[in-house]
Design a protein around this ligand. Structure first.
Ligand SMILES: [Zn+2]
Length: 359
């Protein structure tokens, strides 16, 4: 690694390196905006028929309107053609990516790790943006980080910065506690995947501060979010879900479909922005007599709870009846975990040293 603060360089070299990283981050961030919006809809990322346009008036945007970060500032956050407000999210994504790239070059210098950090940041920005939008982390983000993890594991054989198996221990060590958290509904499957992939990349030592930072920030952020939910929402969501689940299960039983004697079925899913998604993948077919109709359950929940923004739902069913329904507020953990992961990638050793100095 060559530090950009090295004495061999004149100061203006350092300034140019920092400026380049910032501009590169802003440009990449502008591209990631498109990925965040189009990826969950499975739309093509590029293509001439998909030229950027104003979301309100539909006016096609030219180069001047598309300068990352700066266009938004110079246009005062409004469309140049219809003066309608532009969502600050595009600007925020560009700025976050630009700042992250800058911090990376300042800590990692000119190195392979720097290139890897750019890819890591891009994957984490997309993971966070999509998680906020859809409450799901795209598989591709975790896969990208896992790919970086494989590269880091192979590299460590040659560089000897840590034993190669530390990476593997990191992956398994992160997967186990996050799998347990996922089982209790505190985290999602996407959180688990991204933490396991990051464990492979960071190794077991640095995945610890990554997870700690992510969980602490998530707890703080989640509590603040909780204050914005109207009182009684949780109670109503629970009562309504129970009522709907009971009615649904009664209908299933009338059609000869039921949970087998002695078995317990637990259906899991979420209600997000008024849309219920009890996951079919989680249904244990061995528990059932006949083919259940989860779609109609989702439909009924969506209709009745259309004002609910973010809840994890579980419905426990036994042969005779719906035994229990729980509704939990769900925190979107992706952005918090991402902050932890990138912080640990850049300064994990310093965080650990600082923490140990407190003891
Ligand atoms: Zn417009």
């Amino acid at each position: 690694m060559i530090s950009i603060f090295d004495d061999r360089f004149p100061v203006w070299y350092t300034i140019i390196f920092i400026a380049l990283a910032f501009v590169l981050g802003a440009v990449i961030g502008s591209f990631l905006n498109v990925v965040i919006i189009r990826a969950p809809r499975h739309e093509p990322i590029s293509g001439a028929h998909n030229r950027s346009h104003c979301m309100s008036c539909g006016h096609q945007l030219n180069a001047l309107d598309l300068v990352p970060i700066f266009s938004y500032i110079f246009l005062g956050g409004k469309c140049r053609y219809c003066r309608e407000k532009i969502s600050p999210r595009y600007w925020i994504v560009e700025l976050v990516t630009a700042i992250s790239f800058t911090l990376s070059i300042m800590t990692l210098g000119l190195s392979v790790s720097l290139l890897m950090s750019f890819v890591l940041i891009a994957a984490l920005v997309v993971a966070s943006g999509t998680d906020i939008d859809t409450m799901e982390i795209p598989y591709g983000c975790s896969l990208t980080i896992a790919g970086l993890g494989v590269i880091a594991t192979i590299m460590s054989v040659f560089t000897g910065d840590m034993p190669w198996y530390d990476h593997l221990i990191g992956a398994v060590g992160a997967a186990i506690p996050f799998a347990i958290l996922a089982m209790f509904g505190a985290m999602g499957g996407g959180d688990l995947q991204i933490m396991a992939a990051s464990g492979l990349l960071l190794g077991w030592r640095n995945i610890i501060p990554a997870a700690a930072i992510g969980i602490i920030l998530g707890a703080i952020g989640g509590s603040i979010e909780l204050l914005t939910v109207p009182k009684g929402t949780k109670k109503r969501a629970k009562e309504k879900s129970l009522e709907i689940a009971e009615k649904w299960y009664a209908e299933q039983r009338e059609n000869g479909i039921s949970v087998l004697p002695g078995k317990t079925e637990a259906l899991y899913g979420s209600i997000f922005k008024g849309k219920s998604d009890i996951e079919k993948e989680c249904v244990d077919e061995k528990c059932w007599e006949g083919t259940h109709d989860i779609d109609s359950l989702n439909e009924a929940l969506s209709n009745e709870l259309s004002d609910i923004s973010k809840f994890a739902v579980s419905i426990v069913i036994e042969e005779e009846k719906v035994k229990k329904v729980t509704c939990k507020r769900q925190v979107v953990f992706g952005p918090y975990l991402s902050i932890g992961i990138i912080a640990a990638y850049l300064i994990g050793d310093k965080i650990i040293a600082w923490y140990l100095s407190l003891m």
